[in-house]
Design a protein around this ligand. Structure first.
Ligand code: DC
Length: 224
């Protein structure tokens, strides 16, 4: 057995916005009995921390964002590592529109990316994790035991997002608006959203969540 085989299990689940990474990762982590880390939530928490500064985003320097990042930590919950701001749960704040509008700007800053990556690696050094994001299988864990690349057609991703937000299926107008918004976000995040060469691709457009989770758990168990 190589030292690679004895390292703590890391499963990376990457893909574009609303491809189902986060919900899939939570369920996979629960089935494997490990915790989930949502790296997008860390970028969101850093953005929320910097937003509390109150000044215009045009004035944000990378250094000032890095300073704001120091207020962010990951705290172990039952099924996931939850980001906290000054030690306090910030879930509602990081899902808000202000953060969503600015998080791509923050996620483009190379030193901020290095800071987030270090935090995730530090967590994985001591715990088995399922981690989702855009570049977990490429930049952060090139040697991860299992790498998944989740994709789904834009219209399907848009349908799921509206369903999640409103609890009902979207009408044609909502679907078109949501699809356009998702495609604009894909464009903004495209540089850091790349599949690893050795990732297993799963197209979730036509399969149930149970089925995708089952496939990933099966692969993870084979490699554990
Ligand atoms: O997955 P999400 O929508 O919560 O991600 C929030 C933002 O963070 C989005 O702009 C993409 C970016 N992100 C990233 O650049 N790298 C990651 N590993 C995770 C998220």
């Amino acid at each position: 057995m190589s030292s690679y085989d004895r390292s703590p299990l890391v499963v990376t689940i990457d893909g574009p916005a609303a491809s189902g990474k986060s919900s899939t990762s939570t369920l996979v982590a629960a089935r494997l009995g490990v915790r989930h880390v949502d790296s997008g939530m860390i970028y969101r928490s850093v953005t929320a921390s910097r937003l509390r500064g109150g000044d215009a985003p045009e004035l944000w320097t990378e250094q000032s964002v890095l300073e704001a990042a120091r207020a962010v930590s990951l705290s172990p919950g039952e099924t996931s590592f939850v980001p906290r701001l000054h030690g306090v749960d910030c879930e509602a704040e990081i899902r808000g529109e202000a953060v969503t509008a600015l998080v791509s700007l923050v996620a483009k800053m190379p030193h901020v990316r290095a800071w987030v990556n270090a935090l995730v690696r530090q967590t994985a050094a001591a715990h088995e994790i399922v981690v989702d994001g855009r570049d977990m299988g490429t930049a952060v864990f090139p040697d991860a035991r299992l790498k998944i690349w989740l994709v789904a057609l834009p219209a399907e991703r848009a349908r799921r997002r509206v369903l999640q937000r409103t609890g009902r299926a979207p009408n044609a107008e909502e679907l078109a608006a949501e699809t356009a918004e998702l495609e604009a976000r894909d464009l903004k995040d495209r540089e850091q959203t790349q599949p690893a060469a050795d990732a297993v691709w799963i197209d979730t457009t036509g399969i149930s969540q149970d089925e995708q989770v089952g496939r990933i758990v099966g692969l993870a168990e084979e490699r554990r």
